[in-house]
Design a protein around this ligand. Structure first.
Ligand code: HEM
Length: 412
């Protein structure tokens, strides 16, 4: 089962890159766009106090996603963050996101068919009906938090339906997934690790219990099919089976919850663009894409440098974690006209949206995320065209990994 796989890089001391400043997490978190804007024209990457290096320019980010000198981080990332064992560690040791070569292919391939764009189009009508149902539910209430009542529920219910998780479990598994997803950000310190670990254990236990139930009483759902196939072929270890489902739940909930909230907020902040989308629903895909560019819900993809990587006269030293900043790349002034302007009519977005990464790890959930975001927006502009921000514009916090949003108060 375990073919030759790439060796895991040791989490050794960070070797600083010569001539490149090392930025603190605090300054990056305080004003990520400002920091990226200031450094991007001057340097291809900056040092990162925890990760090592943060690559800033769109062309480099795009190319390095596919560069064999960089590999998925395996356990280098958790080790760098002080996590050396336990359920959180296992997510990285046994999951597709951080795997290389044969291990990555084994872990990802059971999901490719279900999440292919063609298959996902088939669930669009259900997502549309669910989104419209939710809007009708809260419309009469006046003021609500759109995150809790809408943008969190659409992806959570959809991933529950696709995998075969009971609908009544949504509050429980989403709470755990949001906690676990923090491990992919810089919003936690060593003092938070016990809480994140407890969430990872609870989510693992939850998935294990569901799998045990499907083993004894299979249903017509992805969970049952995935389990039966994994056990029949012996391609995945029992731990890998659990971790891939956990990763699907984490990947399928928080990212799209945040993106859905931000796209609504950005359009409400630009009423003429909101009105244009309401008048012409053909603009919806472009509005989704521009929102993801302007404020991506995932800020970077992490890699480990196997070799020294020369970048325009500077060198990212081997053995380092490297953050490929899709967030900085999305406002690269050499690619986008007026990159700091939110404009759903821009014509300069690349065909493959950079926010979903690139290469072998490009987001498997992209088609699903797009359909969820498009349908979430469609139902809002159709059924609640007079929606308005009822508080301050929310801030999307974080400079890397999955970014964070608290609430979005709106009035119908
Ligand atoms: C707006 C929403 C989303 C964004 C911005 C996003 C972003 C990303 C990015 C950048 C990667 C690549 C990471 C890397 O190269 O290291 C990725 C991978 C992944 N995403 Fe998403 N994602 C989103 C939604 C989803 C959804 C809905 C799912 C659930 C099906 C999902 C599941 C995954 C998984 C399992 C991977 C790992 C793929 C692999 O390693 O082969 N994502 N995502």
């Amino acid at each position: 089962m375990d073919g030759p796989e790439d060796p895991i890089l040791p989490a050794g001391p960070i070797r600083p890159a010569e001539g490149v400043p090392t930025l603190t997490v605090a300054e990056l978190e305080a004003d990520p766009h400002g920091v990226f804007r200031a450094w991007r024209p001057r340097l291809p990457f900056v040092g990162h106090e925890v990760a090592g290096a943060l690559v800033l320019r769109a062309a480099d980010v795009d190319r390095l996603m596919r560069d064999p000198r960089l590999q998925a981080t395996e356990t280098l990332y958790p080790e760098t963050r002080g996590i050396r064992e336990g359920a959180l560690f296992d997510l990285f040791a046994h999951g597709m996101l951080t795997a290389n070569g044969a291990a990555h292919r084994r872990r990802r391939s059971p999901f490719t068919r279900t999440f292919a764009a063609r298959m996902i189009e088939g669930v669009r009508p259900r997502i549309r009906a669910a989104a419209e149902g939710l809007v009708r539910e809260w419309m009469p209430e006046g003021e609500i938090d759109l995150v809790a009542r809408y943008t969190a529920l659409i992806p959570a219910r959809t991933i529950a339906d696709i995998l075969g998780l009971p609908r009544e479990d949504v509050p429980r598994f989403t709470r755990l997934a949001y906690d676990v997803s923090r491990v992919l950000s810089f919003s936690f310190g060593p003092e938070d690790i016990p809480d994140l670990e407890a969430a990872a254990v609870a989510l693992k236990d939850y998935v294990e219990a569901l799998l045990a139930a499907r083993r004894s009483a299979p249903r017509d759902d992805l969970l049952s099919r995935f389990l039966a196939e994994a056990e029949a072929t012996g391609e995945l270890t029992p731990q890998e089976v659990v971790v891939q489902i956990v990763q699907m739940i984490v990947g399928g909930t928080d990212t799209t919850r945040v993106a859905g909230a931000m796209q609504a907020a950005l359009l409400l902040r630009h009423p003429e663009q909101w009105a244009a989308v309401a008048r012409d629903p053909d603009l919806i895909p472009a509005a989704v894409a521009e929102s993801l560019r302007y404020e991506p819900s995932v800020g970077s993809a992490a890699r480990a440098a196997r070799d020294d990587i020369p970048l325009e006269g500077y060198v990212v030293p081997a053995g380092r974690l490297v953050l490929l900043s899709t967030m900085s790349a999305s406002r690269d002034e050499t690619v986008y006209a007026r990159p700091d302007t939110f404009d759903i009519r821009r014509a300069d977005l690349p065909r493959l949206h950079p926010v979903f990464g690139g290469g072998a790890h490009r987001c498997i959930g992209e088609p699903l995320a797009r359909v969820e975001l498009e349908e979430a927006l469609r139902a809002l502009v159709r059924l609640a065209p007079c929606l308005r921000l009822a508080g301050a514009m929310p801030v999307l916090r974080g400079h890397s990994g999955i970014r964070r949003i608290d609430a979005l108060r709106v009035a119908a």
